[in-house]
Design a protein around this ligand. Structure first.
Ligand code: PMP
Length: 328
């Protein structure tokens, strides 16, 4: 029987798992590293999953109706996924962004018919940014309270607090890993941005087998702003969740889900991403590099010989061609 899809929404998820066979040999690893390639999603990142689930959840709850505008505050992968799915479902899309966002990301959102607004363009928000020394979280809170609450016919998605974010990973990402490995998985490695991936996927896998270990990645100390280095190169989409005030951890992050926190520096993430491009022919972004780097160090531990590690790789390296990752 043929299979013709009628909407990009039908193309989200069901991404393939690949064993990094050449890379394993090169490093003489005694554990297997399997990677889940989320760049196979229609907009080349894992965020298509949550973009679709958050939109359809709001439709079901009657919070999003024909003619409404979908609003979000990130031009990252979530913004791109939302812009595409909004287009396909006939909604308008608007995103508020920080001033330093790369031109490519603006261009992609605009190509999908989305509207991009710099936070500093709104006078109320501009004042907050000036008062708080550029605190993005404070600016978003103000935007929500003082600007968006007065508007009608909009739906503010907020991936950092939307339960449909971790839920879709529990319903799809986790089950896909379980099925494709026939349940042969010992360790899950995932990044933490909103925490949706690690929380939902981890929850599903632990329900199948409570012995599965979940490793959550956060940026190392040299990759976070400090007095010596106020704007270090960052791992895109990955944020600290331990050692920061708990109110700065997104509600979508389940702090009870992980067994180990692993810190990766941006330089290590770059190294791993560049290496697997050459060894196994996969072009991935910095957070994917971080996941492979962490998986490699964990694979080298004696107690993990013979085990299977699954690392979730969030996006494509094509989105990083103008960044230091693939500059050279
Ligand atoms: N990597 C990239 C490139 C991302 O865009 C994100 C999400 N901001 C993550 C990793 C982290 O995923 P999650 O939000 O599910 O924790």
């Amino acid at each position: 029987m043929g299979k013709i899809n009628k909407s990009i929404t039908e193309l989200v998820g069901k991404t393939p798992i690949l064993e990094l066979t050449n890379y394993e040999k090169k490093h003489d690893l005694k554990a297997k590293i399997l990677v889940k390639l989320e760049y196979f999603n229609p907009n080349q990142s894992i965020k298509d999953r949550i973009a679709l689930s958050m939109i359809e959840d709001a439709e079901k709850k009657g919070l999003l109706k024909p003619g409404y505008t979908i609003v979000e505050t990130t031009s990252g992968n979530t913004g791109i996924g939302l812009a595409a799915i909004a287009a396909s479902k006939g909604y308008k899309f608007r995103v508020y962004v920080q001033d330093n966002v790369s031109k490519e990301r603006f261009q992609v959102i605009k190509a999908f018919g989305g509207e991009t607004i710099k936070l500093s363009e709104n006078p109320v928000i501009k004042e907050v940014l000036e008062k708080t020394n550029g605190d993005f979280v404070a600016a978003i809170a103000e935007l929500r309270e003082k600007v968006l609450s007065k508007e009608e016919n909009i739906y503010f998605v907020d991936q950092t607090a939307n339960p449909a974010n971790p839920a879709i990973h529990e319903q799809t990402t986790g089950p896909e890993i379980w099925e494709d490995t026939d349940g042969n998985v010992d360790i899950l490695v995932a990044n933490v941005g909103t925490g949706g991936t690690v929380s939902g996927t981890g929850r599903f896998l632990k329900k199948q087998n409570p012995n599965i270990k979940v490793v959550a990645i956060q940026p190392g100390p040299n990759s976070l702003p400090s007095d010596e280095n106020p704007s270090p190169e960052e791992i895109t989409g990955v944020h600290p969740f331990e050692g920061v005030p708990v109110e700065r951890v997104p509600a979508t992050m389940d702090l009870s889900i992980y067994d180990e926190k692993y810190e990766v520096e941006t330089s290590e993430a770059f190294q791993a991403a560049r290496e697997v491009a050459k060894s196994d022919g996969i072009l991935i972004g910095t957070s994917s590099g971080a996941a492979i780097y962490a998986a490699t160090q964990i694979a080298k531990r004696e107690e993990n010989a013979g085990k299977t590690i699954v690392a979730v790789l969030p996006d494509t390296g094509l989105r990083y061609l103008s960044t230091p990752l693939f500059e050279e």
